[in-house]
Write a protein that binds this ligand. Structure first.
Ligand code: BDR
Ligand code: CA
Length: 309
């Protein structure tokens, strides 16, 4: 079986961490690099979190630190959702690896250059690193198989009425990615707010009983607590949908659309406008088989070994 080579670029973050758990658990994917970006927290914190997550999950790909700020906008973080550490909740192992001496863009470029086959980028934070890569290494575009990203929302936003967090943090970067011509899969709020994992599912995950299962169950509880107060019946697992798009596209309902980024609007900066008045630039996920997704999550944690009591 040919595995899909991937670069995981994110700002972990509870849902980024669960996305990476799904990726590492699957025999379909081969993780070639992990790159951090600032978003949910500062670049120092998201990088430290990336290293702790990779240590927990046994991801042995090189890890690099990304850009310290968006391309043009001032940095913006989300401690209300993910805590002051960017990944509050269960205790995690200290990093067991060294950080790459390359920065994210250079590590991504190296992986693409050295790969015999095109590589998929899974982007679950602001698109700063990916845009910087496209700007600085346009010759490597053909080496990108596709970019599967979590961001935006055709129907609505979450950080403002019009804008979703990842796009709002760096709209100029998202604009570059959406205009890049690279094949794109967009998982925005339209689908990710339907990717709800309920408290009963947390217990199914916890019951698997290994170390990763228990940490993932705690992450789910922490992440749900914020959303419960907003009236959600479960934890919307945004970032994992970008991985589900590669592993189980059969679980998703998708539409090809032309997606454009509002970079200038006073009220709508960071909005993702999806329409069919121009050729499509993205496959946009709009629906998900929720039960199938919950089952996939429970099966994934089983890949991390037997129960330890
Ligand atoms: C996105 O914002 C972040 O807080 C999450 O990790 C996710 O990538 C959802 O809007
Ligand atoms: Ca994220």
């Amino acid at each position: 079986m040919d595995r899909i080579p991937v670069i995981l670029d994110g700002d972990p973050g509870h849902d980024d961490a669960i996305a990476w758990m799904l990726a590492k658990a699957s025999p379909l994917l081969e993780i070639r690099a992990v790159t951090s970006v600032c978003g949910n927290q500062t670049i120092e914190k998201t990088t430290y979190n990336a290293m702790r997550i990779c240590t927990l999950l046994g991801i042995d790909a090189p890890i690099a630190m990304g850009k310290p700020a968006p391309l043009m906008a001032p940095p913006m973080n989300a401690p209300s959702v993910h805590g002051q550490s960017g990944l509050d909740g269960p205790k995690l192992p200290e990093p067991a690896m060294e950080l790459s001496e390359l920065r994210s863009v250079e590590l991504m470029a190296k992986v693409l250059r050295e790969s015999e086959e095109p590589v998929t980028i899974v982007a679950t934070g602001p698109q700063t690193n990916v845009a910087a890569l496209l700007l600085s290494h346009p010759e490597l575009k053909p080496k990108i198989e596709r970019i599967s990203f979590m961001g935006g929302g055709i129907a609505h936003g979450n950080w403002t009425p019009a804008a979703e967090f990842n796009i709002l943090v760096d709209p100029e970067a998202a604009d570059i990615v959406l205009k890049s011509g690279v094949p794109l899969i967009m998982s925005g709020l339209d689908v990710t707010e339907k990717a709800l994992i309920y408290p009963a599912d947390f217990e199914r995950v916890r019951a698997v009983g290994n170390v990763v299962a228990r940490v993932v169950a705690d992450w789910l509880e922490f992440f749900y607590e914020f959303h419960r107060k907003l009236g959600y019946p479960g934890a919307p697992l945004h970032d994992p949908v970008a991985v589900v798009s590669l592993l189980r596209p059969d679980l998703l309902k998708t539409k090809a659309l032309c997606v454009e980024i509002e970079t200038k609007g006073e009220y709508c900066r960071g909005a993702t406008i999806g329409h069919d008045r121009a050729p499509a630039n993205a496959r946009v996920n709009l629906g998900i088989d929720r039960d199938g997704f919950a089952d996939l999550l429970v099966e994934a944690v089983k890949a991390y070994g037997e129960a330890r009591r």
